[in-house]
Design a protein around this ligand. Structure first.
Ligand code: NAI
Length: 329
């Protein structure tokens, strides 16, 4: 079985090469992303392996079909970058890694929240400058605060458990209620109620047409003044321009994002010698109360191991004509 990897980084090579000791497939790694200009790079591979920012739209899928691709193996959970209807029409099947250490992403969300609230990113730099003062580093106790969680699937659920452990009041919104969380004290509410009542809001639902820009001018207007907003899910959940305005007015107290609407043009690449042309992101980086990481929520040893093993197992199931339990339709 020949498998072509797009957007491959050094860690993809490392973890997939190790996981492949069990399967011995022919793996070919390309740094290039998959997009409409790059499908010519596919030679004789029936399986391609893609990541979060590869563009798998209808045009690309038509080219994949011509190239004889039969399976798109996503090495991630989210599949908003794949036109599933076009894939189905082309007879190309799509598999993903539905859960790989939800703890990795949930813990990253908590890391960002704590760092932002307690200004750890500022004190790190201050101490290196021999400045041992505290003014400007004030935070607040999370204990007793209301934390709103939107989406309580694999990752949101772990985030809820951690926040409950901190002694927070956890309110949540999801299309399904998790009974275990309810028993533990999480109170499910409407989206509007969660947005209105929370001191901290953390997003853990998928990006779909109905969730795009769920955080917008209108919803921000009903948030508490000074709310902390955390997004480790997908950039498109937030209308970033509206959030920038709310940060300028002080309505949003602080923002932590691991994902960004236009991240496919920037994330996972080094532009340290270049002028960034994205003015919204550049504006965001000027705020002292905004913390940005470049989609690293998943980036733990445990998650990378899981991703590689589950992806290769998905491909093995396909090649052996077994049931594809991780298929997305
Ligand atoms: P999941 O599928 O286990 O959970 C998603 C939850 O969102 C489900 O409970 C679902 O019912 C809920 N949901 C769906 N529509 C909703 C709506 N309109 N309002 C509220 N809730 C809704 O997914 P999981 O594994 O928890 O991942 C969540 C998201 O995290 C993924 O969609 C992905 O975008 C993102 N992610 C980010 C990573 C990172 O490195 N930053 C890594 C992995 C995932």
């Amino acid at each position: 079985m020949n498998i072509l990897f797009f957007s491959a980084q050094s860690y993809d090579r490392e973890y997939f090469t190790r996981a492949n000791l069990k399967t011995s497939y022919n793996l070919r790694f390309l740094e290039s992303p998959l997009n409409v200009d790059n499908t010519a790079l596919i030679k004789n591979e029936k399986v391609i392996c893609v990541f979060v920012n590869d563009q798998v739209n209808a045009e690309v899928i038509a080219q994949l079909k011509e190239k004889g691709v039969e399976l798109i193996a996503l090495r991630c959970a989210g599949f908003n970058n794949v036109d599933l209807a076009a894939a189905a029409a082309a007879g190309i099947r799509v598999v993903r890694v539905p859960a790989y250490s939800p703890h990795a992403v949930a813990e990253h969300a908590v890391t960002m929240l704590l760092s932002l609230n307690r200004k750890i990113y500022k004190s790190y730099n201050r101490i290196r400058d021999n400045n041992f003062t505290l003014a400007g580093l004030e935070g607040f106790d999370l204990y007793g605060k209301t934390v709103g969680v939107i989406g309580t699937g694999n990752i949101g659920m772990v985030f809820c458990w951690i926040m409950l452990g901190f002694g927070c009041k956890v309110i949540a919104h999801d299309v399904y209620e998790n009974k275990e969380l309810v028993q533990a004290g999480v109170v499910y509410k409407s989206l509007q109620e969660v947005i209105t009542e929370a001191d901290v809001i953390s997003l853990h639902c998928p990006l779909m047409p109905e969730t795009k820009h769920m955080i917008n001018r209108e919803s921000i207007a009903s948030m508490k003044k000074g709310v902390i907003l955390v997004n480790t899910s997908r950039g498109g959940l937030i209308d970033t321009v509206a959030v920038v305005d709310a940060l300028k007015k002080g309505h949003i107290g602080a923002l932590a994002i691991d994902v960004y609407e236009q991240e496919e043009h920037l994330f996972f690449q080094d532009f340290s010698d270049t002028i960034i042309m994205d003015d919204v992101l550049s504006r965001l980086t000027t705020f002292p109360n905004v913390l940005i990481t470049a989609h690293q929520g998943f980036f733990t040893r445990e998650a990378l191991t899981q991703i590689a093993e589950v992806t290769l197992n998905n491909i093995r199931c396909y090649s052996e004509k077994k049931e594809l339990t991780n298929e997305v339709k």
